[in-house]
Design a protein around this ligand. Structure first.
Ligand code: SF4
Ligand code: SF4
Ligand code: SF4
Length: 407
């Protein structure tokens, strides 16, 4: 472990996968199943000893606010007792004055009243996945027997609402909902939800060389975002929160976005697998990107790993086409994973580039105006996240401090 503040700043936001890619659903587009293949022969659930080591490692950085993001597969499969222990270890190992933040990304089907009470008690932030209207959701987010999961997801969502658990809704944008933006927005807003994020489905082929046929069409994705943007503006940008748009306002106002895809550099949040193996990003859980193991290696050693150094150089060095792009200040070349090492047909710098260009061309005047109004008013900053993050994690600007502070 390292007390070096430079290490702590970069490494205090782990994304932790207590059950690897295990899940009670088998969504049609799930890419986590591929990652499970890399861990054959290891126990599918994080052991108590590993949990203790992982929590202690990140609590003992110099960072004032370690952010634990629990991810799957389906993290709730680890069981409530696992997370009760995680909280106990956080209490035991956190430093005086340190604030601990916990976030879950879940499919929502396993949420019970007991879970909801626990999540509320510890101020945990939950991201719950809903693909939109029932016919879309139940076609893709399915149980192994092929039946749709939306009824259970909405039951879980109602429990989060009832027990006042902070949460947001994550919509994966794919071929079945990308041409129905108004219906998707109306459905989610109709559930009483006003904190949304839209994540593009960019599934790769098994050899990870190029996007597979399940990947969302980039132009359709751009049109989807433009339509959602128009709804956001029409209703009033402060009436509901769309992570990507709020981040663009931040960027236009000269602030560094928290959404890693639009930052100058990757967020640098480590991905910790169930066996304590560490990777630079959720999208790079591959043997060639393994940085070490938290049961045997210190954060300082991981920080110096040549692959970590290589990873950190990827995003700040976008392709030449991006350097000439008028939207570079908003986009910074997008996610390096979506660049496919320059192998994209037509020489596209990023698989989603055409979609981003559509959105930026369409939204830029309004984004610049909102940013200018905020800068002129010098009142509240644009809604901003509580910590740096990446794509598929629970995210929501906090209205009140809910993190547990050690006194
Ligand atoms: S809920 Fe998430 S982890 Fe589970 S199958 Fe669906 S996409 Fe994969
Ligand atoms: S919009 Fe396209 S060309 Fe411009 S910075 Fe983004 S990925 Fe690069
Ligand atoms: S999701 Fe993409 S932009 Fe974000 S940290 Fe990973 S590689 Fe970087």
């Amino acid at each position: 472990m390292s007390d070096d503040p430079a290490h702590a700043e970069v490494l205090a936001s782990p994304m932790i996968k207590p059950v690897c890619g295990a899940c009670n659903l088998v969504c049609t587009y799930c890419y986590y199943r591929q990652t499970k293949d890399h861990f054959e022969g290891t126990a599918p659930r994080m052991t108590d000893e590993t949990l203790r080591n992982v929590v202690r490692t990140f609590c003992q950085t110099a960072h004032p606010c370690p952010h634990f993001s629990w991810q799957g597969g389906e993290p709730m499969l680890a069981g409530l007792d696992f997370f009760q222990k995680a909280v106990a270890y956080q209490q035991a190992f956190s430093r005086q004055g340190q604030q601990i933040v916990n976030a879950f990304q879940t499919n929502g089907t396993l949420i019970t009243a007991e879970w909801a009470r626990f999540l509320n008690r510890w101020g945990m932030l939950v991201g719950i996945s809903v693909d939109g209207p029932t016919d879309i959701h139940d076609k893709n987010r399915i149980y192994p027997n092929g039946s749709g999961s939306q009824a259970e997801v909405l039951r879980g969502l109602r429990l989060l609402q009832e027990y006042k658990v902070e949460h947001n809704v994550l919509v994966l944008v794919h071929g079945d909902n990308v041409r129905r933006p108004k219906e998707v927005i109306e459905f989610i807003r109709g559930l009483g939800e006003d904190y949304l994020q839209f994540i593009p489905c960019v599934v790769t082929g098994l050899d990870r060389s190029l996007p597979s046929h399940d990947a969302v069409d980039p132009i359709a994705y751009g049109e989807f975002l433009c339509a959602v943007f128009d709804e956001w503006i029409a209703e009033g940008p402060h009436r509901f929160y769309v992570r990507m748009f709020n981040n663009l306002v931040m960027a236009a106002a000269g602030l560094e976005p928290e959404y890693c895809v639009f930052r100058r550099a990757c967020a640098g949040c480590l991905l910790v697998e169930h066996n304590a193996d560490v990777f630079p990003c959720d999208f790079l859980v591959q043997p060639e990107w393994r940085l070490g193991n938290l049961n045997t290696d210190s954060l300082a050693q991981i920080y110096r790993h040549p692959k970590w150094v290589e990873f950190r150089r990827l995003k700040p060095n976008p392709p030449e086409a991006c350097r000439q792009c008028r939207h570079l200040d908003l986009c910074h070349g997008g996610c390096p994973r979506d660049r496919f090492g320059g192998r994209l047909p037509g020489g596209e710098p990023n698989y989603l580039c055409k979609g981003y260009q559509l959105l930026f061309d369409h939204a830029r005047p309004a984004i610049d105006r909102i940013a200018a109004e905020w800068l002129a008013s010098r009142r509240q900053p644009p809604p901003r996240e509580q910590s740096v993050g990446r794509t598929e994690r629970a995210h929501k600007p906090r209205r009140r401090p809910r993190a547990r502070k050690k006194r």
